[in-house]
Design a protein around this ligand. Structure first.
Ligand SMILES: C[S@@+](CC[C@H](N)C(=O)[O-])C[C@H]1O[C@@H](n2cnc3c(N)ncnc32)[C@H](O)[C@@H]1O
Length: 382
């Protein structure tokens, strides 16, 4: 016979997860989940309460966690799972209000403990991680396995979040405000939110923009259902609509179509948004407008070569504009080509140091080959 508070107390500090499920009529929530979290270098316990299918989060120190277990969980849930780095134990509630241990097994080796939470790679969106929103989005199955058809997307998103996370950790940021241009079904958007707001406990605001009303409405419903108060989606054509003018730390795009990427970059440049993570897609503009004009004509002879060269030239021009506007810019092959041919990421950080040589070369090429490129027009030479 056991009291769950004592079992949890004994499991600290090696606790990696506790789940209270199958609520009795006494329970004030459908489910409670406890995970370790590092906040500003201090280990806390993040408690997720699922109520009316909405998730609420609070971060507690040891004493407050045990008080919550005593007052809100003891005797109120029929089933309890306690996992540490080495063991996984299940308990069931008995009629007299105590708990009986019904099973124990060696834990599947997985990174656990708050220390592991400080190393991005180990806790980025693991299979088996309970993220119900991802089940709704169709990325995870009901038992939190990755839907095979979504595997490439999953890989891209993991890498994307990892790169963003590296940057935010360098800055010791405690809050993050992101705009996602062309968010679509919003796998990236939800995962960024979950990662920063839920897992890392940062103050997180994300707005996802997309043209498609039905997709935006569905994403808003899912965000509301899980109590993701800092996440919202808006119907917008980013090439012409007026977007938010609240302070933003980061613009992200993942395969936003064609010139939507240019408008995202222009938005960032005009507002001096500090960080840009942009993975372009279908760069048609130069391919459709470039004409022969000099030494590079050989590259324009064959359609397939012209298309690829145009896509690369588009991104080279974009990088040159960003550099001329004071952004330190690099190009990353962010996932292997076999997982996505659209695998170049433009990563840029505003430093204020302007390097204009690339832009001059881009303008000279444009004059010579007569192509159109939106970012050159959106951000005139200054
Ligand atoms: C290929 S999807 C990528 C979606 C998402 N970022 C992802 O990686 O899963 C491109 C999205 O950009 C949206 N889009 C294209 N042009 C847009 C525009 N001008 N304004 C807003 N959204 C746009 C499309 O509706 C579509 O959902």
């Amino acid at each position: 016979m056991a009291r769950i508070e004592a079992e949890i107390a004994a499991a600290l500090p090696a606790l990696t997860r506790a789940v209270f499920s199958q609520p009795t009529a006494e329970a004030a929530a459908q489910k409670l989940t406890v995970r370790p979290l590092l906040l500003k270098g201090e280990r806390v316990w993040q408690v997720e309460k699922l109520t009316d299918n909405k998730a609420f989060h609070q971060n507690l120190k040891d004493g407050a966690l045990l008080a919550l277990v005593r007052e809100e969980a003891e005797g109120a849930f029929r089933q309890v799972l306690i996992q540490t780095g080495t063991e996984s134990r299940q308990y069931v509630l008995k009629r007299d209000g105590s708990y009986k241990k019904t099973g124990a097994s060696a834990a599947v080796p997985r990174p656990g403990g708050a220390e592991a939470h400080d190393r991005a790679k180990e806790y980025l969106l693991r299979e088996g991680e309970e993220i119900p929103a991802l089940v709704d989005l169709g990325v995870f199955t009901k038992d939190y396995r990755i839907v095979r058809a979504r595997y490439d997307k999953y890989r891209q998103i993991n890498r994307f979040v990892e790169l963003v996370d590296q940057t935010m950790r360098k800055e010791n940021a405690e809050q993050i405000r992101i705009l996602d241009f062309g968010c679509g079904k919003s796998y990236l958007t939800f995962i960024l939110y979950w990662y920063f707001a839920v897992l890392r406990g940062m103050e997180t605001t994300i707005i996802g923009y997309d043209l498609k009303r039905d997709v935006v409405e569905r994403c808003n419903e899912i965000a509301a259902r899980y109590g993701y108060g800092g996440l919202r989606f808006e119907v917008a054509d980013v090439t012409r609509d007026t977007l938010t003018d609240t302070p933003i730390d980061m613009v992200v795009t993942l395969h936003a179509c064609d010139t939507a990427t240019d408008h995202a970059l222009a938005y960032a440049v005009r507002r001096r948004v500090k960080h840009i993570f942009s993975v372009p897609c279908c760069q048609h503009e130069i391919n459709n407008s470039i004409r022969k004009g000099g030494e590079l004509d050989l590259l324009l002879e064959h359609g397939i070569i012209r298309e690829r060269v145009s896509a690369l030239l588009t991104d080279a021009v974009r990088a040159a504009v960003l550099e001329s506007e004071g952004y330190e810019t690099d190009m990353i092959e962010f996932v292997d080509f076999e997982h996505s041919p659209k695998n170049l990421m433009i990563r840029a950080e505003y430093t204020g140091r302007r390097r204009r040589a690339g832009r001059e070369k881009a303008e000279a090429l444009r004059a010579r080959y007569g192509f159109e490129q939106s970012l050159l027009d959106l951000i005139p030479v200054s």
